[in-house]
Ligand binder design. Structure first.
Ligand code: C2E
Ligand code: CA
Ligand code: CA
Length: 626
């Protein structure tokens, strides 16, 4: 069994040993030849008619031929010739000198050479031949076939002794074959094991253990294999993957990665490369397809993933950020192209929705600027380079400011004023969420006494809270403590969270919201209508205010469907007991339509822009509607 199992390795091992021995033989053969010549000379001058002179000369000649033909002859032949000559020498010693120690030494040496370095079968055959050769001399002399007077006396041969010697030698040969081959099998086994380990190490170095997909190194190697490749390189990652791990646990995170990997494999075509290029980042390389087909296939893939996730009842909706680039290896290396796809992917991330972005030079410029801003954000938070502006919320019914929304502003060196539309998404994907959020809460709470004086004691103050900050471990505790320490009544505060936060983490949100409301804070659902607008979520959540996104308000008057949609949102207010705020009201026309639809609270440039606390109130009176 073992013997069969190791057959391939043994022959590979034999070949390796032969290769090593070849160099040694090339040195030993001339040494053996010269030694044989020396012995022949020595014997010739001392015992002139000794037949071994001829034999040594013959041996030396053979060695000279082997040496001359060393480049042509295979090592196996060289070993076989040396073994045969050694055996013949042994036989000659027996023939001329009788059964001496020297003759046996030659027999053993020749067997060792063949059994040790050639294959098992040639070892067995050779040992068999040498065992047969041993009794030939006594048999031949007994039968009178050979007669070497003066050197050898056949009468001295005891047949029993010869028989015993032959049997002992045969036994020795068997033991030799067994021992050497057991050693060989064991060596082969350990070589096999080492090779398996090596294979596993190579596999680990090139494959991701969790998903079985090739890793980044393999991906780059595959793309670089054939020079001057051209094709589409796509990189994508899962939005909010760290939230999956922290809220649902690593097992759920792993499950998600495996589903994605399976779908990648299922959607892959023969000549395409795919890989897991980072912790939650995947790569796909494809040639011979158009950009349109590429986008269509990416969408198909995403659909496939959603289906699979539904099947396993995955607790979240998964969105991808995708970046892609047309890779031309005549101008760009695989690494550079991956970097470009990565830049596009990062920009796709800042778009806020599942987005597929193609790399171009403008995208790179925007990315570099974002990177610089990210680096400036942390010291900016520490140095308090931020301040708050407040935008009024006006009630039509009482023609009065009933609240303000706090909006952060950043005066950044060297860029000047940076819009929150730029820095908020960057903060949200950094680890600065909590630091920034807590700073905003501090700034707003410090301003509240002045705000109440400026706009009236009964106004509310709205603060935008990012999803990660809202769901963070100590958010509620911090908020309650800060309010207490600064003497602020929680009922003054409205916390604005986006619809997106709700959909991604419904259960956690329900819990956090109920705790906050118990503590006296109010909750507003911001940007309603931009995300998935699932009205079913509204039934689950206790919110105090719903803010219709300004993109709807903007399209009022243009699109009758928007009017119908806003009307149906407003109709919910009685059933759910929340107030409705229309955001981004800029024109009198929008205001008139909203008023007709039954909306009472407005926020927008028509009434007031966000202004710093020190500036005078802007609120203009309501326009009179006809
Ligand atoms: P948002 O919460 O929807 O805030 C309203 C945005 O609409 C503000 O933009 C405001 O200036 C703008 N706006 C108000 N009325 C009008 C109008 O009539 N027309 C137009 N075109 N725009 C109007 P801003 O201040 O640039 O803030 C942008 C977004 O950044 C905010 O959207 C909010 O999501 C985020 N943000 C701002 N400050 C903070 C903050 O302190 N914390 C967090 N987490 N996010 C913030
Ligand atoms: Ca808001
Ligand atoms: Ca909003």
């Amino acid at each position: 069994m073992l013997f069969e199992r190791t057959k391939k390795t043994r022959s590979a091992y034999d070949a390796r040993v032969l290769k090593r021995i070849e160099k040694v033989l090339d040195v030993l053969i001339p040494i053996a030849g010269i030694t044989a010549m020396g012995i022949a000379g020595f014997v010739f001058f001392n015992v002139p008619d000794n037949p071994f002179v001829y034999f040594d000369l013959f041996f030396a000649t053979c060695m000279a031929v082997l040496f001359l033909l060393r480049k042509i002859l295979p090592t196996k032949i060289k070993i076989a010739v040396i073994a045969a000559l050694t055996l013949l020498l042994g036989e000659a010693i027996i023939l001329f000198r009788g059964f001496t120690g020297n003759s046996i030494l030659m027999f053993v040496l020749s067997s060792l050479l063949v059994v040790g370095f050639l294959s098992l079968y040639s070892g067995i055959l050779f040992s068999f031949v040498s065992v047969l050769l041993l009794p030939i001399v006594p048999i031949a002399t007994r039968l009178g076939f050979i007669d070497f007077k003066g050197y050898y006396d056949p009468e001295l041969i005891d047949p029993i002794e010869w028989l015993v010697q032959v049997m002992l030698f045969a036994l020795f040969e068997v033991v030799l074959i067994v021992i050497i081959n057991v050693i060989k099998v064991n060596l082969a086994l350990s070589v096999q094991e080492t090779e398996k380990h090596m294979e596993r190490i190579v596999d680990m170095a090139y494959h991701d253990q969790l998903t079985g997909l090739p890793n980044r190194a393999k991906f780059i190697a595959s793309m670089t294999e054939a020079a001057k490749k051209r094709g589409w390189l796509v990189l994508f990652d899962v939005r909010g993957f760290s939230l999956v791990n922290s809220i649902h646990g690593n097992t759920m995170g792993d499950k998600l990665l495996k589903v994605i990997a399976d779908c990648i494999q299922a959607n892959r075509r023969g000549n395409e490369y795919v890989a897991r290029t980072g912790s939650n980042e995947f790569g796909w390389y494809s040639e011979d397809i158009s950009e349109t087909e590429l986008i269509a296939r990416a969408n198909l893939f995403a659909g496939h993933v959603y289906e699979k996730l539904l099947e396993i009842e995955f607790p979240r909706i998964i969105l991808f950020n995708t970046g892609f680039v047309y890779m031309n290896q005549e101008t760009d290396s695989a690494e550079t192209s991956i970097q470009k796809a990565y830049i596009a992917m990062e920009l796709a991330k800042s778009k806020g929705v599942s987005y597929m972005m193609r790399y171009d030079a403008l995208a790179e410029e925007a990315f570099r600027k974002n990177e610089t801003i990210i680096n400036l954000l942390e010291p900016a938070i520490q140095n308090k380079e931020f301040f708050m502006c407040y935008q009024e919320k006006i009630s039509h019914k009482i023609n009065k400011t009933i609240g303000v929304e706090a909006l952060a502003r950043w005066n950044c060196n060297p860029y000047g004023s940076v819009s929150p539309v730029v820095f908020i998404p960057l903060i949200e994907k950094s680890s600065l969420n909590n630091a920034f959020g807590n700073m905003v809460i501090d700034l707003v709470f410090n301003d509240i006494p002045q705000l109440l004086k400026k706009y009236g004691e009964d106004i509310s103050v709205s603060i935008n809270i990012s999803p990660a900050h809202f769901l963070s471990f100590s958010f509620i505790e911090n908020l309650v403590n800060t309010a207490e320490n600064k003497g602020i009544s929680p009922s003054t505060i409205i916390l604005e969270v986006t619809e997106e936060t709700m959909i991604d983490n419904t259960e956690e949100m329900i819990l956090v919201i109920s705790k906050l409301r118990k503590a006296g804070f109010k909750i507003a659902l911001d940007d309603f209508g931009t995300g998935y607008s699932s009205l079913s979520y509204l039934a689950l959540l206790d919110v105090d205010e719903l803010k219709i996104d300004r993109s709807f308000v903007f399209r009022l008057g243009e699109d009758p469907k928007i009017e119908a949609l806003i009307r149906s949102i407003i109709s919910l207010k009685e059933a759910y007991q929340f107030s409705i705020v229309a955001e981004g009201v800029e024109t009198q026309e929008q205001c008139a339509i909203l008023n007709r639809l039954g909306c009472d609270i407005y926020q927008g440039f028509l009434f007031s822009k966000p202004i710093p606390i020190g500036e005078p109130v802007q609120h203009r009176d309501f326009p009179t509607h006809r």
